[in-house]
Design a binder for this molecule. Structure first.
Ligand SMILES: [Zn+2]
Length: 301
C-alpha cells in the first residue's frame, strides 16, 4: 500500500479492489428506473451488465413519462430495478404493458421506512430512502441479489461485487455523519424546495423544512410564504436550498424576504450530468453534505 495515501483514500482503494464480474458471453440486460439506482447498478456491475436507465440525470423521476423505446427495453430486460415505496407509479403500468417476464428488484425492500411528508400522499411511506447512506447499503444488497437472480451462473460474483460497494457506502455513511457532527445540533435547520430529505434528516439529525407549494412548478400562496418567513426567523433557520428545477424564483424570494442566503442546489431525486457536482450517488452525498455543512456553519458563526 502506498504510505503517502491518506487513510481514507487507502481504504477506498482497498475496497474498490475487487473488480466487478467480467462479462462472459452475454451480459444480463438491466433496466433501472432512475439515475440514482442506475448508478448503484453501474457501481456494482461495471460493464458486466448492459444497463439502461429510464429517468436519467436531471429528470424528475416522480413524473417520468416512458417512451416506446423504454417499453422495448423493459420487455427484454433480465432484471428491472425500481425504488418502490410508490416512487415510480408509472413503472408498474410499464411492466404490465411491456409484458416483462424477468426479475424485478425493489431496491428499498427491507428498509425501515418513515412516513411521507406532505405532498407525497398522506400516511404513505416516504420513498426517498436512498438519502440515508446506511439504508442505501440495503439497496446495494438487494441489487446484488437481483443480479444474482437474473444471471445465476455468476450469482456469487454479483453478491461479492454488491458487498464491496456496500462497504464503500458504509464509509460514506460515516463520512456524512462526521461532517454533520461539525455543526451544533440546534443549528441544523434548513429549508429545501422539495421534501426529499426525511431519511437524511432522521439518520443524520438535520431538520429540513420543506413548505407545501414550494416544489417544482407550484406557486405557494402569499399566506404560505408569510408563514414560512415567520418560521425561518423564529427558528433561526440557517439556509434555503434549491433541490429541483423550477423552484428557483420562489426560493430566491424567500431567501430575500426572510434574510437568509440561497445556498445552491442539493441533489435529491436525480444525479447531475456527468460534468456536474453529483454525477454518481457517492459524489451526490458528498456534494450535499458539503453544501449543508458550509451553510449551517456560516449561520452558527
Ligand atoms: Zn421526490
Amino acid at each position: 500500500m502506498n504510505p503517502r495515501l491518506p487513510r481514507r483514500a487507502a481504504l477506498a482503494a482497498a475496497l474498490a479492489a475487487p473488480s466487478p464480474p467480467k462479462a462472459q458471453g452475454t451480459r444480463p440486460s438491466v433496466v433501472a428506473s432512475f439515475s440514482i439506482l442506475g448508478d448503484m447498478v453501474r457501481q456494482i456491475a461495471g460493464d458486466g451488465a448492459a444497463l439502461r436507465v429510464l429517468a436519467g440525470s436531471d429528470t424528475d423521476a416522480h413524473a417520468f413519462q416512458p417512451r416506446p423505446s423504454d417499453a422495448e427495453a423493459v420487455r427484454g430486460a433480465a432484471v428491472v430495478v425500481r425504488n418502490g415505496l410508490g416512487f415510480e407509479p408509472w413503472l408498474d403500468r410499464l411492466l404490465r404493458s411491456a409484458g416483462h417476464r424477468g426479475a424485478v428488484v425493489t431496491a428499498s425492500e427491507g428498509v425501515q421506512t418513515i412516513r411521507a411528508p406532505h405532498g407525497h400522499g398522506a400516511d404513505a411511506p416516504d420513498p426517498h430512502a436512498w438519502q440515508d447512506a446506511g439504508r442505501a447499503r440495503i439497496y446495494a444488497a438487494n441489487i446484488g441479489e437481483g443480479l444474482a437472480k437474473g444471471d445465476p451462473p455468476r450469482a456469487e460474483a454479483w453478491r461479492e461485487a454488491a458487498a464491496a460497494y456496500g462497504a464503500r457506502l458504509e464509509a460514506l455513511d460515516r463520512h456524512v455523519r462526521d461532517r454533520i457532527a461539525e455543526v451544533p445540533p440546534e443549528r441544523r435547520i434548513v429549508v429545501t424546495s422539495h421534501d426529499s430529505f426525511g431519511y437524511f434528516g432522521a439518520a443524520y439529525r438535520v431538520r429540513f423544512l420543506a413548505p407545501q407549494g414550494i416544489g417544482a412548478g407550484a406557486q405557494p400562496s402569499a399566506a404560505q410564504v408569510a408563514a414560512l418567513i415567520r418560521q425561518i426567523r423564529a427558528e433561526r433557520v440557517s439556509a434555503v436550498f434549491l433541490d429541483g428545477p423550477g423552484s428557483q424564483t420562489v426560493m430566491e424570494r424567500l431567501a430575500r424576504e426572510a434574510g437568509v442566503r440561497p445556498r445552491g442546489r442539493l441533489y435529491a431525486d436525480t444525479l447531475s450530468a456527468p460534468d456536474g457536482p453529483a454525477p454518481d450517488y457517492e459524489a451526490m452525498q458528498r456534494h450535499n453534505v458539503d453544501l449543508l455543512v458550509a451553510a449551517m456553519r456560516d449561520a452558527a458563526a
